[in-house]
Design a protein around this ligand. Structure first.
Ligand SMILES: NC(=O)c1ccc[n+]([C@@H]2O[C@H](COP(=O)([O-])OP(=O)(O)OC[C@H]3O[C@@H](n4cnc5c(N)ncnc54)[C@H](OP(=O)(O)O)[C@@H]3O)[C@@H](O)[C@H]2O)c1
Length: 278
């Protein structure tokens, strides 16, 4: 049986939907049952901060698709619970982790990965570039003002649709032995700038969408004013500053090599989510 954590989130909900459609024996962990994805799977409630609920969720599980906000103490608790419950394989969704990154959440991911690598079970790391779904956070500003604020300059991003990350996770979870010990770098098909995003949105919406450039420091303040928690705004602003310097300008063909299907381009993502922007 496969457990998907973070099953109400971007990758988790799609992984659960795919597993349900494939009639794979699946349990979906959510902290709020009302946010559970609609799929033909078992739903369990649990909290990363309550190890007893994690142990209960992992009973009888062979493989975990591990999605969480990547707070080290929380993910380490999930991995420790998995070891206790005899889970054999963890498919960890991660990012460009690095122990000496200026971005705190990347240092956190590096700590989690280091723990996972020595935990004694087999694992696969899915190291994804930025999700296209993050663009949905720009939708309210676009609807209100016809443009969006961003501090990524002309930096290119190998943006990937979270649905393709989910499809890759599901494929790995279906035959973990084939993928044990592997790290896959997941991207979409194209390097995209926020100028490209504005252009694609303008075409799809039939009116001009402005890319309003700002600095990471100003962007951080704007995000906090818009209600983003301060630590998240700080990490986001640092990450956008790095994007401007070329940090996310990487592509790979590993979605296609694992799933057998080409990853979705930005145009498809926008067409599928056009209602959110109108
Ligand atoms: N976003 C990106 O561009 C991106 C790119 C590469 C890698 N990643 C990685 O993907 C992972 C997830 O990020 P995401 O952006 O995909 O997040 P997300 O869609 O918000 O998913 C996070 C999930 O964790 C759940 N959760 C949060 N706190 C919890 C708790 N205490 N107990 C149980 N469940 C809890 C959330 O549930 P609720 O719905 O109840 O909040 C949600 O289902 C991270 O490791 C991140 O580094 C993200």
């Amino acid at each position: 049986m496969i457990l998907v954590t973070g099953a109400s989130g971007k990758v988790g909900s799609e992984a659960v939907r795919l597993l349900g459609a494939q009639h794979q024996s699946t349990r979906a962990l959510v902290r709020d049952a009302s946010r559970a994805p609609r799929a033909d799977v078992e739903i369990v409630t649990g909290d990363f901060d309550r190890p007893d609920t994690l142990d209960a969720a992992m009973r009888g599980i062979e493989t975990v698709i591990l999605v969480s906000p990547a707070v080290p103490a929380q993910e380490i608790a999930v991995i420790a619970g998995a070891v206790r419950q005899g889970v054999q394989h963890i498919v960890k969704i991660t990012s460009k982790a690095s122990a000496d990154s200026p971005v705190e959440r990347r240092r956190g991911q590096a700590r989690i990965e280091a723990y996972l690598l020595t935990a004694g079970l087999s694992y696969t790391l899915l190291r994804a570039n930025a999700y296209m779904q993050n663009l949905l956070t720009l939708a309210p500003m676009i609807k209100q003002s016809g443009g969006f604020l961003m501090s990524a300059g002309d930096g290119q991003v190998g943006m990937v649709d979270a649905r393709d990350v989910a499809a890759t996770a599901v494929k790995v979870a279906a035959s973990p032995g084939t993928h044990a010990g592997r790290t896959y770098w997941l991207t979409g098909p194209d390097l995209i700038t926020y100028n490209d995003v504005a252009k694609e949105l303008s075409e799809a919406l039939g009116h001009t969408v402005d890319y309003r450039r700002t600095t990471p420091a100003e962007h951080r303040v704007a995000m906090v004013q818009a209600g983003v928690p301060e630590t998240v705004a700080t990490s986001n602003a640092q990450a956008f500053g790095l994007v401007a310097e070329g940090d996310a300008a990487w592509l790979s063909d590993e979605v296609a090599s694992v799933t057998g299907a080409a990853p979705r381009p930005l145009r498809t993502f926008i067409a599928d989510h056009i209602a959110a922007f109108t």
